[in-house]
Design a protein around this ligand. Sequence first.
Ligand code: ATP
Ligand code: MG
Length: 425
Amino acid sequence: MEYQKPKGTADLLPGTTNLWEKVEEVAREVFDQFGYRGIRTPMFEDYNVFSRNVGDTSDIVEKEMYDFHDKGDRHIALRPEGTAGVVRAYVENKLYGPEYPKPYKVYYMGPMFRYERPQSGRQREFHQIGVEALNNESPQIDVEVIAMAMQLFKRFGVPNVKLTINTLGDKQVREDYREALINFLKPHYDELSSDSQERMYRNPLRVLDSKDAGDQKIVAQAPSILDYLDEESQNYFDQVQSLLRELGIDYEIDTNMVRGLDYYNHTIFEIMSDSPVFGGGYTTVCAGGRYNGLISQLGGPEEGGIGFGMGVERLMLLLQEENPEFAPQDQLDVFFASANEDGDNLAFKILNQIRDKGVVADKDYSGVKVGKQIKEAFRRNAKYFAVFGEREVDEGQFQLKNAATKDTIDVKIADFVAEPTKYLR
Ligand code: ATP
Ligand code: MG
């Protein structure tokens, strides 16, 4: 029997995980600076946490959900995204109480599941790094969240990304616009792609970001949501824009941009890259927006929130292409080779003592010829190496070799284990 990973999943092997871990580390630093704290919610939730039967239905909920009935006949779904689960936890744990900070800022990193057609940068199990700022309705928070996302790309060493924003207004605006859009699309029904025909009544806004060239020609003439904003929504959007300009953050407005999930309103944004690694055109790596109304839909108070999710697989493709140096190289401070069994035993003992003092060290375990062991020291990128044999055991000292300069010094074993970092600079 030969086993294979499920379709649309990936094994992340050492070598690749270096980059992932570095990304996570830098993201945590940035989140910390902005006052966000980690949250870990279940990988699966009650199906209804994601499917709330309100408003338009999204493809994610309708077609892409990994859901099943468990042995107790509970309808369960693997999470397709992070926000709904975080909001469920926020409400269930009453984190809106007076003893908690406002906004309540959290970040998460982890796998998400969507039943999609796998292709480059699109999997069935994929990963997101995301944030949520709950319990606030202020354009400053929208801009802080966007600024933080842009800061992440800068710190990852890929600052050449495009920020696109739009507004979906409030509930009334969206309803008015939805109607206008359906009226506009109706006479074009026969010309639309079958996907868009299907979406026209289910989720007409989604037709706006159809990837079909014919659809795109039609929707280019569609009414703009900006013409349907009421005063409050217009003000909110104006403030977001003026704050972005104040912070010197470049952006474009794309009135045809919508989001795949139904709960967004007011500010939405995407950060895209046209790196050749994505094979032409702009690909969205990070997407987010405001979701006033979601917290109350999940049983909490009437408060707003905003967040984003960054697709880690797409970010990795981008980094490997645009900033391959970002991944730290595997490196050892020192590698021990040995010429005989006594030497090997001594090396084993010293290794344990210096690791205890924080040194990154390893030794040969294969017992091959000394020359081959030294080759391994270079392959492992060791800064120093040493060979232990009869003489080292008898004399209690050894030669420490600098792999780059080939400089060699005699070191007493007792001195070395007492203060190894003094010798391994
Ligand atoms: P798309 O239009 O590309 O399907 P979406 O609207 O479904 O995007 P979101 O739900 O906003 O995407 O997710 C945010 C980010 O997560 C995306 O911009 C992308 O980088 C990443 N992402 C979404 N689905 C997948 C997937 N199946 N595989 C890998 N990454 C994904
Ligand atoms: Mg999608």
